[in-house]
Ligand binder design. Structure first.
Ligand SMILES: [Zn+2]
Length: 387
């Protein structure tokens, strides 16, 4: 990857001009060769071939040359504040071993180190064309970074306890539930109500491990033992249901819900997710890092479930790059193609977070792009499909 990070991102805020690129890849229409994009006041006004748009030659014209233009990237699920844990947690030892190590290491982190690592990773994301985030935080120490870097999207204040979330959070901050095995039912419902009132998205980790499913269905297993050791079983009882069925029955699954992981789900759960219209964020590299298995991505896709891709945190991944997550997803899902999967890190990821006019190269969308030049390794990921 020779292309310098700072050359990836292009945004034409408040500008009016006509741009030309060798290729423009929209998330909703077929690729356009020798593309022309008319931008008025920072918003895409027209998209077509450069020849079709030549009539607008009274606008200043910028030729981006030999490149593939992608829509703005979105990482809909990450935990910037855990960036200081990069490389510190065990790989492939399974979910409960990973959680135990996380619980041991997390209290040792110093706030200053957490902020420093989070800021470094946020800079990388900005440089690589990630314009919006769904960033999960327990401490809100990333609030300032989120604002300073000008990310769109949401900062989620994650709740893991019986404590009810505050209604009084900054405009871009929403409460989120950690999981069906840590966040009590009444708290999950309250979080969902606040997210609805703020016209935001309700998000929760769900069906990440077989231990989670066992605990929710039967109240047994390694996760039950861990929760008991930590004195949590007083406030959390097993509902006797699969996590997806449980959330469905609580009434919190709908088109304003983003379920994260969904590794251990079958036909019935896919049907419930589809019926509810909920979004699913897959985190394939995090799942393989921890050693929990692989989500049934093809079944979800073919059932018509709306999918996006997130990286989760550096406690279970090597970087926070949506393009690297996409490349790994394609390596392990031969049924899919780069063009089919591009919306997972652009338009679907934006819509999964309820962000309007972001993540596509189409009329009415913000003029934010990622420019891949031929010396960028991701150029070839797409280029091989374009010939
Ligand atoms: Zn997560």
């Amino acid at each position: 990857m020779c292309q310098k990070d700072e050359e990836w991102t292009i945004h034409f805020l408040n500008k009016s001009l006509l741009i030309r690129a060798k290729w423009a890849l929209s998330a909703s229409i077929p690729p356009i060769s020798d593309a022309g994009i008319l931008i008025k006041n920072g918003i895409i006004a027209e998209v077509g071939t450069f020849r079709e748009l030549k009539k607008y030659n009274t606008y200043p014209t910028k030729d981006l040359g030999e490149c593939i233009l992608l829509p703005a990237l979105v990482n809909p699920h990450l935990h910037l504040e855990l960036s200081a844990l990069k490389g510190k947690l065990p790989q492939g030892e399974g979910f409960v071993a990973w959680v135990r190590e996380m619980l041991a290491l997390r209290p040792q982190l110093k706030e200053r180190d957490m902020q420093f690592s989070a800021e470094k990773e946020a800079e990388k994301l900005k440089a690589q064309g990630v314009f919006a985030l769904g960033d999960i935080s327990n401490t809100l120490i990333t609030k300032e970074i989120f604002e300073k870097k000008g990310f769109m999207g949401w900062l989620f204040k994650e709740i893991l306890s019986p404590e009810l979330p505050s209604e009084f959070l900054p405009e871009f901050v929403l409460p989120s539930a950690h999981s069906p095995y840590t966040t009590p039912a009444n708290v999950i419902k309250k979080i969902k109500a606040i997210c609805n009132r703020k016209k935001g998205i309700f998000t929760i980790h769900c069906a990440e491990s077989k231990e989670e499913v066992e605990f929710l269905k039967y109240g047994t297993g390694e996760l039950a033992r861990l929760l008991e050791e930590r004195g949590k079983l007083k406030e959390l009882t097993s509902p006797g249901r699969h996590p997806v069925e449980y959330l469905y029955e609580l009434g919190v699954l709908d088109e304003k819900t983003l379920l994260v992981h969904c590794v251990y789900i079958g036909k019935r759960e896919i049907e419930l997710i589809k019926r509810a219209g909920a979004w699913v964020c897959l985190c394939p590299r995090s799942n393989v890092y921890i050693g929990v298995g692989r989500a049934p991505a093809e079944k979800l896709f073919k059932a018509g479930v709306k999918l996006c891709l997130g990286t989760d945190s550096l406690a279970s991944n090597y970087d926070l790059s949506p393009l690297k997550e996409l490349a790994y997803f394609l390596e392990t899902n031969s049924w899919c193609s780069p063009l089919k999967a591009l919306p997972f890190i652009t338009l679907n990821a934006a819509q999964g977070l309820r962000l309007k006019n972001l993540g596509d190269i189409a009329k009415g969308f913000r003029a934010c792009f990622v420019r891949l030049s031929p010396d960028n390794s991701f150029y070839f990921l797409f280029d091989k499909e374009l010939k």
